[in-house]
Ligand binder design. Structure first.
Ligand code: SF4
Ligand SMILES: [Zn+2]
Ligand SMILES: [Zn+2]
Length: 314
């Protein structure tokens, strides 16, 4: 059996990008050091911040909540779960969410889409999105996370995006020349409007596999079923392409992200100016058009634009 590179104990974690074996204890130390370094390097969290942590029931956001709680025990932190109304999935994830917030002793906030707004993600099957439900689902989640953070007075919104997610999105944006998306994808997105909360990605520098190890070694309660609506999602296909690249070049993600951050992003930022923001005619949230993407999606399923603000069930 392979031995831990640090202490010589039997190793369980193998990090392909650096060809390193670690035992669970040394892996936890390594993971926590990496996340701490990311938080410090990008000045993500100040002692007086109020942080809203988006938790989905999966291993990535569970690891995020656990590591933030451990590294920053004195920072005010609340975990948010959005129940999307997906059968055999959303309620299961909510149970895991309740368990993890209990285990870690973190305040929790649940927003139930169907109860609060009268629609759920599967309702988009009857719209032009048909089987591409991840697209409206992403828009709805991003909007609600931001709105809830702003309305509840949080200063930061932390999400569990990891290096694989980030490289996949960047890769896709480069393929399509989506420069605006490339420039928006950063470890810290500062608030540019009173109704936009600052967004942080503390897992920027850790891989999906490292989140899996961290969740496993710390016995975090995480969902055991996948989203039934993900089948055929384009993102799964992209994941497979990237995995095959990583098989040939194990540190591909690290090299790609590092060149992007050091060389390409600064050059692109100089050439891009953000579009001016207006207020959505329906909900008043900032948008570059007349009606925001959330209200347009909501209108599709409700047949009318929402005029009321989302309410809360805490
Ligand atoms: S897999 Fe797609 S539809 Fe399912 S929760 Fe994720 S984004 Fe939403
Ligand atoms: Zn060890
Ligand atoms: Zn709107």
């Amino acid at each position: 059996m392979a031995k831990c590179r640090v202490c010589g104990a039997p190793a369980e974690a193998y990090l392909d990008y650096s060809r390193t074996y670690l035992c669970p204890r040394c892996f936890n130390d390594y993971y926590e050091r990496k996340v701490r370094a990311t938080i410090q390097r990008f000045k993500m969290i100040k002692p007086n911040d109020r942080v809203l942590v988006a938790v989905s029931g999966g291993k990535d956001s569970a690891s995020l909540l656990a590591v933030l709680r451990k590294l920053l025990p004195d920072v005010e932190m609340t975990a948010l779960y959005i129940n999307l109304g997906i059968p055999q999935y959303s309620d299961h994830c909510e149970e895991k969410f309740k368990k993890i917030t209990e285990v870690l002793g973190v305040e929790s906030l649940v927003f139930d889409l169907k109860r609060e707004l009268g629609f759920s993600i599967p309702d988009f099957r009857r719209t032009v999105y048909r089987r591409r439900l991840c697209s409206p689902c992403g828009t709805i989640k991003r909007y609600l996370m931001n709105k809830i953070a702003v309305e509840q007075g949080f200063s930061k919104l932390a999400t569990g995006h990891h290096m694989d997610d980030i490289v996949e999105t960047l890769f896709n944006s480069y393929l399509h020349g989506d420069v605006e998306q490339i420039v928006r994808l950063k470890p810290v997105l500062p608030s540019t409007h009173p109704k936009f909360v600052a967004k942080i990605k503390p897992l920027w520098n850790v891989t999906e596999q490292e989140n899996l190890f961290y969740a496993t070694y710390n016995e975090l309660p995480v969902r055991t079923v996948g989203c039934p609506l993900a089948k055929g999602a384009r993102s799964l296909e992209q994941k497979r392409y990237l995995s095959s690249l990583v098989e040939h070049i194990p540190n591909f993600r690290h090299v790609f992200l590092s060149s992007h951050m050091r060389k390409l992003l600064p050059a692109l930022e100089r050439s891009i100016t953000a579009p001016p923001l207006k207020e959505c005619k329906k909900c008043g949230m900032p948008t570059s058009g007349e009606v925001c993407a959330f209200c347009r999606r909501a209108e599709l399923v409700l047949g009318k634009i929402l005029n009321q603000s989302p309410k809360f069930k805490v």
